[in-house]
Design a protein around this ligand. Structure first.
Ligand SMILES: Nc1ncnc2c1ncn2[C@@H]1O[C@H](COP(=O)(O)OP(=O)(O)OP(=O)(O)O)[C@@H](O)[C@H]1O
Length: 268
């Protein structure tokens, strides 16, 4: 439902400049709990920078991000705000494009890092939770003791998801999660992400260039162009848009029939 109580992310009038280069010229949108939202835009339109601004890694030139009720960019830098930020950081997960796994740690150790850092659970409970997260990410138990370098690309992505959901976040951010995967593995990954939303109630916000992810898995798509939100709606509506950039972007693809949440359709 589209109500303030259900809003987990509010992006308000974000402006970003690097020197004289204006990347964002006033970006605003909100994300509702339990939805899977995709963000698209041509290379260099500032999707990754916006993601970093949303999760508190890059300060925008102006504007505000409210994530799980916390203003991420507080001017005062007060200890109260720092404590609120620390609390909010435990409630969302981030999966970077390359997975950003620690290469010298096994998959299980990678997943356990946040649990050791942010909880006082004993080793046995951490082991159990790690197994659960690996299972939720669709990894076989034997993957636990492998190094990231010993896994296929698809399994590495699943390990990165397992790590991102270690603390049972409410929100998961992903930067190009299917890049570098073959189409079959990528669709399996879409189904996994969709099931995190449908079965675990997660909210997912992902940046992607993958049309099949957009068509098959998202509830809503936000398109950025020229520093602004060009379009914001269901993928089938964006695909029918007369806007020249969107027409070109979706060229040759057929809009899916009205989608039922939880029943991904994989377009043409
Ligand atoms: N730290 C930085 N200093 C200067 N310019 C930067 C910095 N980070 C990003 N930019 C610029 O901001 C713009 C947006 O970059 P960003 O990586 O967010 O684009 P993107 O939409 O994610 O692109 P892609 O789809 O290719 O990943 C680019 O022009 C980039 O060069």
């Amino acid at each position: 439902m589209n109500s303030p109580q259900n809003t987990v992310l509010l992006v308000r009038d974000i402006v970003t400049r690097f020197g004289t280069h204006a990347v964002h010229r006033g970006i605003s949108f909100s994300v509702q709990r339990g939805s899977l939202v995709g963000m698209i835009g041509a290379s260099g339109t500032g999707k990754s920078v916006l993601l970093r601004e949303i999760i508190g890694l890059h300060r925008p030139s102006s504007g505000q991000v409210e994530l799980l009720g916390c203003e991420m960019w507080d001017e005062t830098g007060s200890p109260t705000h720092a404590a609120r930020l620390a609390a909010v950081r435990r409630r969302f997960g981030m999966m970077f494009q390359d997975g950003a796994l620690f290469s010298s740690l096994t998959v299980a150790q990678n997943v356990a890092v946040a649990l050791r850092e942010h909880t006082s659970l004993d080793d046995a409970l951490i082991d159990e939770l790690v197994q659960l997260r690996l299972h939720q990410a669709g990894l076989p138990a034997e993957a636990a003791h492998k190094l990231p370098s010993e896994l296929s690309g698809g399994m590495r992505k699943r390990a990165a998801i397992a790590r991102a959901i270690a603390l049972e976040p409410e929100l998961l951010f992903m930067d190009e999660p299917t890049s570098g995967l073959d189409p079959i593995t990528a669709r399996g990954f879409d189904r996994l992400v969709r099931s995190l939303v449908d079965d675990l109630g997660l909210t997912v916000f992902l940046v992607t260039h993958d049309l099949d992810t957009l068509i098959g898995a998202t509830d809503r798509v936000i398109a950025l162009a020229e520093g602004r939100v060009l379009a914001d709606g269901r993928v089938q509506d964006l695909m029918r848009s007369q806007d020249p950039w969107l027409s070109q972007y979706f060229l040759g693809r057929t809009p899916p029939a009205a989608q039922t949440k939880g029943e991904p359709s994989y377009g043409s």
